[in-house]
Write a protein that binds this ligand. Structure first.
Ligand code: T4K
Length: 400
């Protein structure tokens, strides 16, 4: 461990780690087992579009979520566009969505011919709520609400459901971070008309790339299948357009091995999350996102907020110092969607989003996933403690 700030890699000292510790899961299955499934794919010569392994994976995903329909697609972004199209939302109508999310959430709506109206988020859960959404319903031409279960934390699902009952505006969810997560023991896949998931390499359940759309509505599921597979599957139903977005057998092989290990991944994630929480609990200005008792999460993200005044250094400087030690902490989501192209030049960019603006300044994540050991976490936490204790000296030594 470092005894003097000159030993920080930021000031030219030796790096704490000689491997990169990234944010993101990188839960890699056993290569030999993947190879066996890949060999089988080569023997059968069925590489894509609703193959045997894809169907098996969809079935397993339905068992995990308790849903009737799970439709695997190319990735989590295209899953949102398909879901929006399948809901038959009128072209150029407006969808309420948070700005504090991966830019793909919002751009998927734009690709589907819809326009965003940005809602602010709750400072504890980082998700939209009844209170942040209700005032926006005065806006004309709102056709839907797209909530994001950010970090696997549920949106205000019960009260957003009330909005749907009251105003007849459909709600659907981007659950990219919420595989296996539940609210009061009910899978997050089951709220709203449908929920979309990501199986990106950095997610707790991964297919290298991939996505899934879940719904209990069989008609909606048929439209989703038809939109995503160019009429190549099952019963044909009327749809507005198609986008080829099949899941390959190689993705399915990866996903099947990943889902097998899912309970183990979640147990390990929770262990890592609690270890970080315990080790960093007494550091002024630093707080970890809490996962409420009413939810059952996958703990894939270890998300912190840093209050610069209390911590003594800015979040950005801490992230920079850590990165020099090969601790690849990440800031999210910069810029926020309403400050990104194409929205920055549009009316929707004028939305007042004070909580979003605050979290953009304060949020960062620490490394998590299979390659991060207890020892790594202990060293990372000790280092953060050291940095905070020496904040004043670090600032004095900045050559800026
Ligand atoms: N909705 C929400 C709320 C989302 O967060 C996302 C995606 C989506 C929808 C859309 O789902 P997808 O279309 O992606 O399925 C990542 C991921 O690309 C993206 O999935 C994720 N959210 C977004 C928040 O973050 P990056 O650019 O931060 O990740 P990337 O690719 O730089 O990877 C992070 C680190 O992990 C790298 O520094 C190195 C390491 N890594 C990464 C990959 C891909 C590896 O070691 N191996 C790998 O294969 O976007």
């Amino acid at each position: 461990m470092k005894n003097n700030i000159k030993e920080l890699a930021f000031f030219g000292g030796e790096r704490l780690f000689n491997i990169l510790l990234p944010v993101g899961q990188i839960n890699v299955p056993e290569y030999e087992r993947f190879k066996a499934l890949a060999n089988d794919i080569f023997d059968r010569k069925h590489y894509a579009s609703h193959g045997e392994l894809t169907l098996e994976f969809e079935d397993n995903f339905s068992k995990l979520t308790g849903m009737k329909n799970s439709i695997a697609v190319t990735n989590g972004t295209v899953a949102i566009s398909i879901a929006a199209k399948a809901l038959n939302l009128p072209l150029k109508s407006k969808v309420i969505v948070p700005s504090f999310t991966f830019i793909g959430t919002v751009q998927a709506l734009t690709w589907a011919g819809l326009e965003p109206v940005f809602a602010d988020i709750d400072l504890e859960t980082h998700t939209i709520t009844y209170e942040t959404v209700a005032p926006l319903l005065k806006n004309k031409n709102i056709s839907a609400i797209l909530g994001v279960h950010l970090w696997g934390n549920p949106c205000d699902v019960t009260r957003l459901d009330e909005i749907e009952q009251q105003y007849g505006i459909p709600v659907f969810y981007d659950a990219a971070h919420a595989v296996g997560s539940a609210y009061k023991h009910k899978s997050l896949a089951s709220f709203g008309h449908c929920a979309t998931f990501s199986l990106h390499a950095t997610k707790v359940l991964q297919a290298a790339e991939g996505g899934v759309i879940c719904t209990d509505d069989d008609e909606l599921a048929e439209r989703i299948r038809n939109i995503g597979s160019s009429y190549g599957r099952r019963r044909q139903v009327p749809i507005p357009m198609v986008i080829h977005s099949c899941f390959s057998e190689l993705q399915a092989a990866m996903a099947l091995l990943s889902i097998e290990k899912f309970p183990e991944y979640v147990t390990n994630n929770k262990h890592r999350y609690l270890l970080y929480k315990e080790k960093l609990k007494n550091i002024a200005g630093l707080s970890v996102i809490e996962y409420d008792e009413s939810m059952q999460g996958n703990y894939q993200y270890v998300v912190f907020r840093l209050n610069e005044e209390k911590f003594g250094l800015s979040r950005d400087l801490l992230v920079e110092i850590l990165s020099k030690e090969n601790i690849i902490a990440r800031r999210y989501f910069i810029p926020a969607a309403h400050k990104s192209i194409p929205y920055i030049n549009m009316e929707c960019a004028k939305a007042k989003l004070p909580n979003t603006e605050l979290l953009i300044q304060e949020v960062f994540q620490l490394p998590s996933g299979q390659i991060v050991s207890d020892e790594h976490i202990e060293q990372i936490c000790e280092l953060i403690f050291f940095i905070q204790q020496n904040a004043e000296a670090i600032k004095k030594n900045l050559k800026r």
